[in-house]
Write a protein that binds this ligand. Structure first.
Ligand SMILES: C[S@@+](CC[C@H](N)C(=O)[O-])C[C@H]1O[C@@H](n2cnc3c(N)ncnc32)[C@H](O)[C@@H]1O
Length: 216
């Protein structure tokens, strides 16, 4: 089912996304507190020797360094960034706004990760259906997000939404694709309350929505 109207998928920058990601960006897109929480979540929800796909990846994955996986595949829009990513066994470049079909057989992965990137998908319904298809029964998808974004490249419904409405949106993406046990972890600040009190509270909010593919 289509969840979004055409206008809700629109971006301020209408040029091909490939142009925007043409030059590599060797930066991190969220702060250390966010990344630490994400890595800890992976520790809790992934298990060693899983087959993992890091969709919309870059030069860093946030997988725990001590965990080993049977394979980690990566995908993104910039080959130079992906080539630098030490965690990836293989990677491919594909514009998901032009082609939503993922080049994998049904049931190829135990886990799929999308980190701080879901807001750039113009056809999320088709992508989440693909995630469900390529997951093994019992497999997990972890979509993490914050409030930072490349504003001109985020779709309208995300740009104009609140943190609360974005959670509801990502949960609907999962529900619509037939995922089970959908839950969201929301931590608005990773700073201790005492530090926030003295003005050191400007850390990136952490959100992760998790969905499982039901057993066969
Ligand atoms: C903010 S970066 C996040 C990268 C990485 N997940 C991380 O945690 O550092 C956004 C990523 O979204 C991906 N992306 C954006 N638009 C895309 C599109 N149209 N097709 C495929 N990937 C896209 C690019 O790979 C880009 O690196």
């Amino acid at each position: 089912m289509l969840l979004l109207k055409t206008a809700q998928r629109s971006k301020l920058d209408l040029a091909d996304d490939a142009l925007f990601y043409d030059q590599p960006r060797f930066v991190t897109h969220v702060d250390e507190g966010f990344i630490d929480q994400l890595t800890q979540l992976y520790r809790e929800r992934l298990t060693p020797e899983m087959q993992v796909l890091d969709l919309m990846s870059s030069w860093v994955s946030h997988l725990p360094s001590e965990m080993s996986f049977a394979r980690v595949e990566g995908h993104g829009l910039n080959a130079d960034e992906l080539a630098k990513n030490q965690r990836l066994d293989r990677y491919f470049v594909q514009n998901l706004n032009q082609n939503q079909a993922l080049p994998y057989d049904d049931g190829s992965f135990d886990g799929v990760l999308i980190t701080v990137s879901v807001q750039y998908l113009e056809q999320p319904e088709a992508i989440f259906a693909e995630l469900h298809r390529i997951l093994k029964p019992g497999g997990v998808v972890i979509v993490s997000y914050s409030n930072r974004m490349f504003y001109q490249k985020a779709i309208e419904v995300w740009r104009d939404g609140s943190e609360k409405s974005r959670v509801a949106l990502v949960e609907r993406y999962f529900e619509n694709a037939g995922f089970d046990r959908i839950e969201t972890i929301a931590r608005v600040s990773s700073q201790p309350a005492m530090l926030q009190l003295f003005g050191f509270g400007a850390s990136d909010p952490f959100y992760a929505t998790i969905g499982y593919r039901g057993a066969a």
